[in-house]
Design a protein around this ligand. Sequence first.
Ligand code: NAD
Length: 341
Amino acid sequence: MKALVIGLGSMGRKRVQVLTEQKVEVFGVDVREDRRFYIEKEYGITTFDCFEKGLEIKPDFLIICNKPNEHLFYVKFGLENGIHTFSEENCVSEFTLMDEVIKLSEREKSVVAAPSCSFRHHPCVRRIKKIVDSEILGDKNKGFITYHCGSYLPDWHTYERVSDYYVKDRETGGGRDMIVFEFDWLQWIFDDVKSVMATTKKYSDYEADIFDTYQIISGFKGGNTASVVIDLLLRWSNRYFRYVTELGEINWDYNSHNIHIYDAREDKWKIIPEAPISGPYKGWNQMDMYRDEIRHFIDAVRGNVEYCTNYRNEKRLNLLTLAVEESSRSGIKKDISDIYI
Ligand SMILES: NC(=O)c1ccc[n+]([C@@H]2O[C@H](COP(=O)([O-])OP(=O)(O)OC[C@H]3O[C@@H](n4cnc5c(N)ncnc54)[C@H](O)[C@@H]3O)[C@@H](O)[C@H]2O)c1
C-alpha cells in the first residue's frame, strides 16, 4: 500500500514513522523545503513540494496533517477520486465543504474518510469507558465529570514561535483544535453534549489571536454534567479527570499513568496502571496511541472494520466549539441539541 502524507510538521513526522513501521510505502508533501529535507534524511522517503506531484505516485490513501482548517479539500478530493483519507482534527467556522464531505462520504461507502480521534486509542481513556459502561459505579447517566486539560502553548513546538504556525489564530484552529480533540473522547464515553455555558479568555502574553482558556459547563444528553477547563496556559502540562457517582469515583491524572477507582460499597481504592488493554505490561508511550489509531484506519481501508467515527461527528464537534465561544460572547447558555438531528 502507498500513503501520501500531506504536511510534514510535528504530526506528519509521527504519522510517517508509524506508517513506515507498518510496512506501508510512504511519500510526503510539504510546501516547506526544510521539512521535506528533514523527513527525507530521517526516514529515507521521497517527498514533493506540491500535492499534484505527490499524486503521481498513485496513493492508496492520504494522511492529512497540514493546518486544521485546510484538510477538507483533500478529504473531498479523496472521496471524488476513490482515495481513502485520514485527517487530523478539522477546525472550520464555515461548513459548505464539510457538508459536501459528509454527503459524499455517506454516498461513497467504499472510500474511507476518517477524521482522527487519537484519544479513543489511549489505554486510560479506553479503560475509563469500560468502567463507565460496566456501570460498576451505577447508572452511567447519574454522575458528574470534572476535567482539566492544560498545556503551555509555547512548549508545544519548542523549535518555532507560536506566531509561526497554525496555533497563532483561532480561524486556523488555534485553541479550537483542543476542544475538538478533547470533546471527541468525552462524548464517546458520556454521549452527546446538549448544552454549553462557557467563558473564554486570553490570559497569556504570547502572540496569538486565540482563547488560551476555555471554561465550559456542559450538559450531556443522558443527564450527566461536566465542568471542563481546556487551557494553553498551564506550565506543568497535564490532564486531570474525575467522574463522581453516589457509588464511588474514577480519578485519572494523566502524568501519573494510573487510573484510581474508589468503590464506596467496599470502601476500597483500586489502581489500574496505564497499560495495553490486553497482553503483558511493557510500559506505554504516546506513539503507541498513534500506532493503534493508524492500525485501525488501515483495518478500515482493508474492509475488516468500520472506522469508528465520521465527518458528521466532526461537524458536531466544530459546532460545539463555536457554540462554546458564542456562549462566552453572549453570556447565555446555548442549547445545541439541534446539531444532532
Ligand atoms: N492527533 C494528535 O494527537 C494531534 C496532536 C497535535 C496536533 N494535531 C493536529 O495535527 C495537524 C498538524 O499539526 P502540527 O502540529 O503537525 O502542525 P505543523 O505546523 O507542525 O505541521 C503542518 C505542516 O503542514 C505544512 N503545510 C502547510 N500547508 C501545506 C500544504 N498546502 N501542503 C503541504 N504541506 C503544507 C507546513 O509547512 C507544516 O510543515 C493539525 O490539524 C493539528 O490539530 C493532532
